[in-house]
Design a protein around this ligand. Structure first.
Ligand code: CDP
Ligand code: CDP
Length: 219
């Protein structure tokens, strides 16, 4: 039997983590786990149930009554697939305020570590190399310039039918999210010392994937 392999991919919004992560997972026969989708799913539930995100007591009560899982490439919220709903802009705008809460992180990190203990995974997020899988076989920190990331995310939103946002607004939203993610007290977005930095600003998806595969295959 082949050895189980764990790969951590972290970085800011729009850097290419999930696109690259899915391809790498396929190539090495591992499961791709999108941890951001888990924070988004909880945020979706809180919004749908009109929970005030500043009311930590009610928020944590709701968390206790929520099941979140990521299986076969789908995100499950209370046993229902919510792949599409979690990408709504209202969720993107609020998710970082939910993800900065210590108890929320502790709960979701437990689920993520449990998934990774059972199979080979490529896991993408903000704290995978630092907190969730500190002993991952490989750690990558994927970055790109803020303009490039905003352009990519804007194009994704337009393709998904969004008509009301400008590229400048998308850049502002991403910058705000990056700031909350990087400055929160509990497990902020930061490059682990032993992570390889991959700058995708001027690279195609294939070039970014090849750079990572070369590192994995070279060791
Ligand atoms: O895909 P995108 O880069 O827009 O974000 P995402 O990976 O879906 O993550 C959404 C948000 O969840 C991030 O902005 C963080 O606030 C939070 N997150 C986190 O705190 N820790 C993780 N491991 C993954 C996501
Ligand atoms: O997961 P993350 O938020 O880091 O980014 P993503 O959702 O994987 O990538 C955002 C967009 O950038 C997607 O449409 C990718 O196809 C695109 N992308 C790109 O154009 N060039 C790359 N080297 C990587 C991603």
């Amino acid at each position: 039997m082949n050895k189980r392999i764990t790969i951590a991919i972290d970085g800011p919004a729009g850097a290419g983590k999930s696109t690259i992560g899915k391809i790498i997972a396929q190539k090495i026969n591992a499961d791709y786990i999108d941890t951001g989708a888990m924070y988004r799913a909880l945020t979706l539930k809180l919004i749908e149930n009109n929970i005030d995100l500043n009311d930590t007591y009610s928020l944590l009560k709701e968390l206790n009554n929520t099941s979140i899982d990521f299986r076969n490439g789908h995100i499950y919220l209370d046993k229902k697939i919510v792949d599409k709903q979690i990408r709504e802009n209202i969720v993107s705008q609020n998710v970082s305020d939910v993800a900065k809460i210590k108890e929320v992180r502790e709960e979701l990190v437990k689920i993520q570590q449990n998934i990774a203990s059972q199979k080979s995974v490529v896991m993408d997020g903000r704290d995978i190399g630092t907190v969730v899988l500190p002993n991952a076989d490989f750690k990558f920190f994927v970055i790109a310039s803020i303009h490039e990331r905003a352009k990519r995310r804007f194009e994704d939103l337009v393709k998904a039918g969004e008509k009301n946002l400008t590229i400048e607004e998308v850049e502002d939203q991403i910058s705000r999210r990056d700031k909350i993610d990087s400055t929160r007290e509990k497990s902020p977005l930061t490059k682990s010392d032993d992570a390889y930095e991959i700058d995708t600003t001027n690279k195609s998806i294939n070039e970014s994937v090849d750079e990572i595969l070369k590192i994995i295959e070279g060791r």
